[in-house]
Design a binder for this molecule. Structure first.
Ligand SMILES: Nc1ncnc2c1ncn2[C@@H]1O[C@H](COP(=O)(O)OP(=O)(O)OP(=O)(O)O)[C@@H](O)[C@H]1O
Ligand SMILES: [Mg+2]
Length: 235
């Protein structure tokens, strides 16, 4: 579904990604692990079109992607849940969700179906729909950020550290929701520092270190790797 080939990207003169290659196949959860500053967010931004690519290529469902504007990529089926959630705090939960669908050109009925699906996945959002989003707890805001991204009707969902700052029971809830999305047919690229949580639901994993992929394999292989166990799992 997604293939990233030898991608480099820079901030000014400083190169942050030094030739990244990875792929995500239909229906997979692929997780991208790495410490602070490894380049995880930069890579997601390059895929979604927020951060320019310097060289390399990106294909999504066979279409060359790297020169398309971000909103075109959304329309073609990629939606991102940003780091730190970035919900619109003064707006209601319902309005945050509606904004997720702003770029859609299909009819209102399809959008209403997706809204119902988000409310089934996250029943709390339905109960809180008229509340200002800023009044929600961290876990609820994360669910809202995911719900908003789903309202764009994606085929591939990019998630940037959805477990960040959440209490352990909420981490489990968010992960269960991500797992349910996969079971529903969605393809997912999951960025996490919480390697243990991410590997528990992922099919495959990549480890990113200072702008390079240093390890890749099935979630089982990565979980068993002694370097990962030491550096990311604290074993
Ligand atoms: N806007 C920016 N301007 C300049 N340098 C940046 C900018 N954003 C990120 N960088 C640098 O690019 C590198 C990769 O950062 P990035 O945010 O992609 O890492 P990350 O893996 O997402 O880290 P974290 O786990 O902290 O979110 C780091 O060295 C960072 O300092
Ligand atoms: Mg980041």
């Amino acid at each position: 579904m997604l293939s990233v080939e030898n991608v480099t990207s820079s901030y000014g003169r400083v190169e942050a990604l030094h030739g990244i290659s990875l792929h995500v196949d239909d229906g997979e959860i692929v997780t991208l692990l790495g410490a602070n500053g490894a380049g995880k967010t930069t890579l997601l931004h390059v895929i979604s079109g927020i951060q320019p690519i310097t060289s390399g290529s990106i294909r999504f469902q066979g279409t060359p992607f790297e020169r398309l504007a971000a909103h075109v990529r959304v329309a073609l089926g990629i939606s991102q849940v940003p780091e730190g959630r970035q919900i619109f705090a003064p707006l209601s939960v319902a309005d945050n969700l509606r904004l997720g669908a702003w770029s859609r050109t299909d009819d209102d009925e399809d959008i209403a179906t997706d809204l119902a699906r988000v409310c089934t996945l996250f029943p709390a959002l339905k109960a809180l729909s008229e509340m200002p989003a800023g009044a929600l707890s961290g876990g609820q805001q994360q669910m809202l950020a995911i719900g908003r991204a789903l309202m764009a009707g994606p085929r591939l969902l990019l998630l940037d550290e959805p477990s960040m700052g959440l209490a352990p029971n909420l981490v489990d809830q968010v992960l269960a929701a991500i797992r349910a999305l996969k079971d529903d047919g969605l393809t997912i690229l999951l960025v996490e520092q919480n390697a243990r949580a991410a590997l528990a639901i992922a099919d495959r994993a990549y480890v990113l270190e200072t702008g390079r992929v240093t390890l890749e394999g099935t979630a089982k292989q990565i979980q068993a790797d002694s370097r990962v166990r030491e550096a990311y799992l604290g074993v």
